[in-house]
Design a protein around this ligand. Structure first.
Ligand code: SAH
Length: 692
């Protein structure tokens, strides 16, 4: 069987479909999976074990044989817990074939083959009966099918089906129940992930304000969940307008309905402000009494000392359809609407002197449609990109650089996806100048130009760079070529070097004295110790006494698949780390010249200056817009004593995890890490190797 895998080609900026062997998909999925992170989640594992033991005891006390159904068994962990707790038999269901195979091995290695039957099926395909997958219905239902939004991985339809066909009435469930909590907040930072704020430009002839079009102002955005490590959001970046409120809960021991529905709670703001965001998280009670509770509550709700770091479950940020000014003590209704897989929110004000009848009437119009982007900007820009465009410091750097390079007769070409640079360039230049933009992927962006009366000032060229013709440019030569650069298909920092390829493709249209902004880019690297992120790629060995090394080996094999360990993108503002080396510039890319035929490679060594564990290297790009004006997509600040890093909050950095960790101790004779980094100009990819 062949699989087609989509991957953006950084030399063409477009998606390409590559035919891959059957194994390929699996390796990617396993290598980047959250299994290791789950196995490292001590709090989760301990509580599941406690809950499972308690459920097994309750069934035994009733004098029944204990039959467990474990849906989504993964490594088989929860089934092994049940078997150890005295279950008579476990049916362990796993849809993902390589995992089901691993579960069989792990179960066997731990000596549970006679008690656990691994079934490689989706739970809805499982049959019960003398000739079925299961001999009889189960009386304990164990699952771990939750994502940060609780229901995003399909827990509800799976439970609905299991109660109908696979478990007995009155069964025990671990977890027993889940509860979703919400808190209303005002946060300019988080709101800037959904809304474009007006951009102020100091031009020669006074201040210009770039305004988002009304379609964008009133757009509800996209339905995809915004899940983040909320514990990394400093208290100064948001203001809580309400107490924490229980939004809804699901009892997993009773039949579950997955059909769309809504839940509504009354709120009274504890403070006046602008309601913009609903923060949300959940907890699960492993037993009916609620004594064994596993919570995702953030630091201001739960004392920090008790926080368990985990990446497979975080917290959710929901954006209200529009900002609502609210008063302290005022009566509000918050509605959570959900379908089978996702949740969205709406806020309504109670009307003056509202009575019961009004309230009923109110209820009729609380159901709102799932957010669908109408302005198309939310399809073009993801949330970090909105944040980046709203970053005034960054905009100021671009304005300063543009001001320096633009002349009254400049003919300007911009190559970047959904960029505001052409508008800035227009405001900063003379009126008669024509600007050309190459927006081959963002034609709908014309809305923006219309709102700012720029339709006839900025021309959108519907062509890929290599297909640009003199007629597109009215036979003029480009004197200023600009880019942020930013492309929606980029995954790793260096993929935005597509700007360089595009620049090369349009070479014949550039004036001999063309100015390119940025003039160059550089790749930077630093060795770090992660506070927590190391867990996601670190072997586990044993988990609650069960040998799961088979899983470790499987992840290792997948990571080394084709012997090409790759760097992976992570937004490091969410994952604190300490620098162990000085940041180093390792490669530079000269945009004033075309992409060379040969590879760009470098070798060197970097000294470990601080005590700590070297988990990996972080890499990022810096763009040199003009002399003395640079923007970093990675490190923003380094506090030297501790090595604490501040990262660009709008970008993902590349993380290369070392296959073994070294601990640097002696500072008088610092250990050195040697590296070899190669930028293949044919593929646009960077390969690297580190020796500790
Ligand atoms: N139970 C394990 C793994 C949890 S991850 C543990 O707690 O460590 C969830 C697993 O469930 C994944 O491996 C996924 O492939 C599987 N899965 C999700 N929904 C499923 C379904 N309806 N039927 C079978 N497997 C499912």
């Amino acid at each position: 069987m062949k699989t087609f895998c989509g991957r953006a080609n950084p030399t063409t900026g477009s998606m390409e479909w590559l035919e891959e062997g059957e194994d390929y998909d699996y390796h990617q999925e396993i290598a980047r999976s959250r299994y290791a992170d789950m196995l490292h989640d001590k709090d989760r594992n301990v509580k599941y074990y406690q809950g499972i033991r308690a459920a097994v005891s309750r069934v035994k006390e009733r004098g029944e044989k204990v039959v467990v159904l474990d849906i989504g068994t993964g490594t088989g962990l929860l089934s092994m817990m049940a078997a150890s707790a005295g279950a008579d038999f476990c049916y362990a269901i796993e849809v993902f074939k390589p995992m089901a195979n691993a579960a069989v091995k792990i179960v066997e290695k731990n000596g549970f083959s006679d008690k656990i039957k691994v079934i490689n099926k989706h739970s809805t395909e499982v049959t019960v009966g003398p000739d079925g997958d299961m001999q009889c219905r189960a009386n304990i239902l164990v699952t771990e099918l939750f994502d940060t939004e609780l229901i995003g991985e399909g827990a509800l339809p799976t439970y609905e089906h299991a109660h109908k066909y696979l478990v007995q009435e009155g069964c025990e469930a671990v977890p027993h129940r889940a509860t979703v909590y919400v808190q209303l907040v005002e946060s300019r930072r988080m709101w800037s992930w959904k809304k474009l704020f007006p951009v102020h430009v100091e031009a020669e002839d006074g201040e210009k304000i770039l305004v988002p079009p009304s379609e964008m102002e009133n757009c509800p955005g996209v339905p995809s969940v915004c899940d983040i490590q909320l514990n990394q959001m400093p208290a100064s970046d948001f203001s809580t307008l309400s107490d924490v409120v229980t939004m809804f809960s699901v009892d997993f021991s009773k039949p579950v309905k997955s059909a769309s529905t809504y839940y509504r709670v009354q709120l009274e703001p504890v403070k006046s402000g602008k309601a913009q965001i609903v923060l949300s998280w959940w907890d699960i009670d492993m037993d009916p009494s609620g004594m064994i509770n596993c919570t995702m509550a953030p630091y201001w709700v739960k004392p920090t000392s008790a926080l368990q770091w985990r990446d497979h479950w975080m917290q959710c940020v929901y954006f209200l359809p529009r900002e609502e000014p609210v008063l302290q003590g005022e009566k509000l209704y918050l509605t959570a609407c959900r379908d089978e897989y996702s949740v969205w929110y709406n806020l309504q004000k109670a009307r003056e002197g509202e009575n019961k009848a009004d309230e009923e009437e109110h209820k009729a119009d609380v159901r709102v449609e799932s957010p669908v982007c109408r302005c198309r900007a939310h399809l073009l820009w993801n949330r970090p990109r909105f944040g980046e465009l709203n970053d005034q410091n960054r905009t100021r750097q671009y304005i300063k650089a543009l001001r320096r390079v633009l002349k009254t007769d400049s003919i300007c070409l911009c190559i970047s996806d959904g960029s505001l640079l052409p508008v800035l360039a227009h405001y900063l230049g003379a009126k008669e100048v024509q600007y050309f933009v190459l927006f081959f992927r963002s034609l709908h962006f014309s809305l923006f130009f219309k709102a700012n009366h720029l339709e006839d000032k900025i021309k959108i060229i519907e062509a890929r760079p290599e297909l640009l013709k003199p007629s597109h440019l009215e036979d003029k030569k480009i004197s200023v070529l600009v880019g942020e650069p930013f492309f929606t298909t980029s995954l790793l920092p260096w993929h935005n070097l597509y700007f360089w390829y595009a620049r090369t493709a349009v070479s014949t249209h550039l004036a001999s004295n063309v100015t390119v902004l940025p003039q160059s880019a550089s790749l930077h690297m630093m060795i770090v110790e992660f506070q927590d992120l190391w867990r996601i790629r670190s072997p586990c060995g044993t988990c609650e006494g069960f040998d799961v090394q088979t899983m470790d080996d499987m992840i290792k094999d997948s990571l080394n698949f084709r012997e090409s360990k790759e760097a992976e993108p992570h937004p490091l503002w969410e994952y604190p780390c300490k620098s162990l080396s000085d940041p180093q510039e390792v490669l530079t890319f000269d945009f004033t010249k075309t992409v060379p035929q040969h590879c760009l490679s470098t070798e060197g060594s970097v000294k470990l200056l601080r005590k700590g564990k070297s988990h990996g290297a972080v890499l990022w790009m810096e763009y040199h817009l003009a002399a003395d004006i640079s923007v970093s997509t990675g490190l923003m600040k380094l506090s030297n004593e501790q090595g604490n890093c501040e990262w660009n909050p709008h970008c993902k950095q590349a993380v290369y995890f070392f296959s073994s960790v070294i601990e640097s101790e002696i500072l008088s004779d610092p250990t050195a890490v040697t590296y070899a980094i190669n930028f293949d100009t044919k593929t646009g990819e960077i390969a690297m190797d580190f020796k500790l």
